[in-house]
Write a protein that binds this ligand. Structure first.
Ligand code: CO
Length: 136
């Protein structure tokens, strides 16, 4: 049986990175580990690790990405929660068997080799859920 191991990160979509960092970094005091442009996702991402998990602030850098459209439609706020799983393919077939709607039919591979896939909010009570498999 595939198993969920942990909450890997929580992603928040932001329209103003500095304003957002003024809250998460400066007011809450969570250390900013990295602020990086991610051209593949047409966004700038701030990584704020916290006790084995991470808060990620995602700001679109173009108007035409999925996340830019999300921001235009819904405004800034919670975007997704990411769960680390030990066997992503196994978990995806388990979900399919339970008629859970997946956004990605196959896991995608990030630049650093992680496998990931999204579960449709329609099947989760309105929360976009990402699955991550870090090691093989
Ligand atoms: Co994510």
């Amino acid at each position: 049986m595939p198993a969920i191991k942990s909450i890997n990160h929580v992603a928040v979509v932001v329209d103003d990175m500095e304003k957002s960092l003024a809250f998460w970094r400066d007011a809450l005091g969570i250390e900013l580990h990295e602020l990086r442009n991610v051209p593949a996702e047409k966004s700038q991402v701030a990584f704020l690790p916290l006790a084995g998990a991470e808060v990620e602030l995602v700001m679109p850098t173009t108007d035409d990405s999925g996340i830019a459209k999300y921001l235009a439609k819904r405004g800034p706020g919670m975007h997704h929660i990411c769960l680390e799983v030990d066997d992503i393919e196994g978990m995806m077939s388990q979900l399919r068997e339970k008629s859970i709607r997946l956004i990605n039919e196959e896991p995608r591979i990030s630049d650093d080799g992680k496998k990931y896939a999204f579960i449709h909010p329609e099947s989760t009570g309105g929360v976009l859920v990402e699955l991550y498999q870090i090691s093989a």
